[in-house]
Ligand binder design. Structure first.
Ligand SMILES: *Cc1c(COP(=O)(O)O)cnc(C)c1O
Length: 356
């Protein structure tokens, strides 16, 4: 293998069980959108099921179909928004959808589609959903048409994982707006908290479910979570080794210069695997526990590292290289992004390897 993503399933299940303890009498909705943040939605959904989770969130109809084709017949809620022309498919596969406009509810009613919906409240995310003043109109429409398909209500927190008094006040206001919603009788599921919310605000909301995403992998915001375990590492191998015969420039653009006698390893991964080009000349990888600096620009399928002296006598072609793992937050920071983007950016050609 050239490059692979190792997913530790026992640590994953440990995290899920820790989460279940944390949320007390609320229940868990497993957020497995974006191919379970790049880890493989089918496999991780099955692991979640082993832990007793029976409700899943995906972003798109296609993501839901992938799960149904693997005989996952639990509740699947599509939160990424559904266009009217996709509703027939949503009905066919028994998906629940986010309801974000009265127009769509009217369309569902007029087309006699049998689709269960979760009403999205706009409480401050500024993305999709009903504002307070639009709820009356919605209620009237539901009553008049005797609709019984709105089975859930939810909203989404925008700064729950960010520190600071102002963010806390903002989140509390979002929670208040959510709690204030006077439900309809048909509503069975109420969910507001994401990972950041679960960690910091659990119990302040009146939801009976939570939506857990990144926290399943033991991290949230800028932090590793106490008592949770790391799940993911991206690994590759040394493809080529050389000792420089003269002072040399390394990789595209000649941005790195090494000296005669330096040892350089070429690693069989690049930005087409999801190893970010912005790591060039900044990041590190680990070979046999030793930190090796990424030297020169990361290419599409390869990159170079300088081998420190204390490693030079024991490396060989084929050796394993850890591109990132427990240091994922430092890597994300270095790339000016968040762990979510690093995870979901790991491409298709990287094999997902599940270890028990
Ligand atoms: C992605 C997403 C989540 C999960 O967010 P995390 O921060 O990963 O826990 C929850 N709810 C909605 C609506 C989302 O889009």
């Amino acid at each position: 293998m050239r490059t692979w993503l190792e997913i530790n399933l026992s640590n994953f299940r440990w995290n899920i069980k820790s989460l279940q303890k944390k949320i007390g009498n609320k229940k868990l909705i497993g957020v497995v959108k974006g191919n379970a943040y790049g880890m493989g939605a089918v496999r991780l959904t099955k692991e979640l099921k082993k832990c007793g989770v029976d409700f899943f969130v995906v972003a798109t109809v296609e993501e839901g179909i992938e799960l149904r084709k693997e005989n996952i017949d639990d509740n699947i809620l599509i939160l990424g928004g559904v266009f009217n022309e996709e509703l027939k498919m949503a009905e066919k596969y028994n998906f629940q959808i986010a309801l974000t406009s009265l127009d769509q509810l009217e369309y569902i009613n007029k087309s006699k589609l049998n689709i269960k919906c979760h009403l999205k409240l706009e409480t401050g995310m500024g993305r999709v959903g009903f504002n307070n003043f639009e709820i009356d109109q919605l209620m009237k429409y539901v009553e008049k048409n005797k609709m019984k398909n709105i089975i859930g209500v939810y909203s989404h927190l925008s700064v729950a994982d960010e520190a600071g008094k102002e963010n806390e006040n903002y989140t509390k206001e979002q929670i208040r707006k959510f709690n204030d919603f006077q439900g309809m009788e048909t509503i069975k599921y109420r969910h507001l908290l994401n990972s950041g919310g679960i960690l910091k605000y659990c119990g302040q909301d009146n939801g009976n479910y939570v939506r857990a995403g990144i926290i399943q992998y033991g991290i949230c915001g800028e932090k590793y979570i106490d008592g949770f375990k790391p799940v993911v590492s991206l690994k590759s191998r040394i493809l080529f080794l050389k000792i420089l015969m003269e002072d040399s420039d390394i990789s595209y653009g000649r941005t790195a210069h090494l000296k005669k006698g330096d040892m350089v390893a070429t690693i069989s991964a690049g930005y087409a695997d999801g190893f970010k080009r912005s790591i060039s000349n900044k990041g590190f990888v680990f070979i046999d526990g030793i930190k090796c600096p990424v030297t020169g620009r990361v290419c599409m399928d390869m990159f170079m590292v300088k081998i420190p002296n204390n490693l030079a006598n024991r490396v060989k072609v084929g050796d394993e290289v850890i591109l990132y793992g427990e240091n994922i937050l430092e890597v994300a920071k270095l790339c000016n992004t968040i762990s979510y983007e690093i995870f979901t950016g790991i491409s298709r050609r990287v094999k997902r390897i599940y270890v028990e």
